[in-house]
Design a protein around this ligand. Structure first.
Ligand SMILES: [Ca+2]
Ligand SMILES: [Ca+2]
Length: 239
């Protein structure tokens, strides 16, 4: 059992050896505010464990993340099992507007809304070039940043993930595995470099345009299989 009370500042991580816990782990805080975080391992919200997280209020940039570092297959956060309560309201699913997250099992879903689409492009660039800024923008998603950003499953989140990332975006593809459930044929019937450049350019915030150019340049200058494709994207972007 993990029990606390009073105001929380800083971070509470609940993770580790499930066998050492009972089936009713409880985390109680009177109020979560400032930049406070509660990060919970997905295995603790499993079928046989029904923990309770309860607080009077969740304010400012405070956040709670279930499955905090990525997808956990055995996560059964639902009405009948584990619960999160804020005031008199019970939460049983991902609630981005309240900074109560269940990390979505979709690589590329940098805004963690369960869909991989154009709205993830700017968060992708932000998460890659400015992790602190990403956490400010999406309080509570720091722990899943690499999981969501590592679109080619290399174990690293870097510029070379943009190639697989645009595959996922183009396919609106939610997948925790690689190569993922979607891929487009570059050249042939798939989007051409100019189309991809246009989508990237219109989706990224103006202040991150240079960062986008740097990412694309990295891939264009590499020996990656699609380097030539990205060189053409870069040229269209004006890099
Ligand atoms: Ca998304
Ligand atoms: Ca990677």
């Amino acid at each position: 059992m993990v029990t606390g009370s009073g105001s929380a500042e800083g971070e509470i991580h609940v993770a580790g050896n499930v066998s050492s816990l009972t089936d009713s782990t409880s985390i109680w805080v009177s109020s979560l505010s400032g930049n406070a975080r509660i990060s919970i391992d997905g295995s603790l919200f499993g079928y046989y464990l029904e923990p309770t997280v309860k607080m009077d209020s969740l304010l400012d940039n405070a956040a709670l993340a279930v499955d905090w570092d990525g997808d956990d297959y055995y996560d059964y956060w639902s009405v009948d099992n584990a619960s999160v309560q804020v005031g008199s309201t019970f939460y049983h699913e991902n609630s981005p507007e309240h900074h109560i997250w269940e990390i979505q099992p979709c690589r590329g879903d940098l805004n963690n809304d369960g869909v991989v689409d154009n709205f993830d492009i700017d968060p992708f660039v932000l998460a890659l070039v400015d992790p602190d800024g990403y956490e400010d923008e999406f309080p509570g998603l720091e722990g899943s940043r690499v999981y969501h950003g590592d679109c080619n499953c290399s174990g690293l989140f870097n510029s070379f993930d943009i190639d697989s990332f645009v595959d996922l975006v183009e396919g609106n593809c939610c997948d925790s595995e690689c190569p993922g459930c979607a891929s487009f044929a570059r050249g042939g019937g798939g989007p051409n470099p100019a189309d991809i450049a246009a989508i990237l350019a219109e989706s990224v915030a103006a202040e991150r345009y240079d960062a986008l150019l740097t990412i694309v340049s990295d891939v264009a200058a590499s020996d990656e299989p699609n380097a030539e494709f990205w060189a053409q994207v870069l040229e269209t972007l004006g890099g």
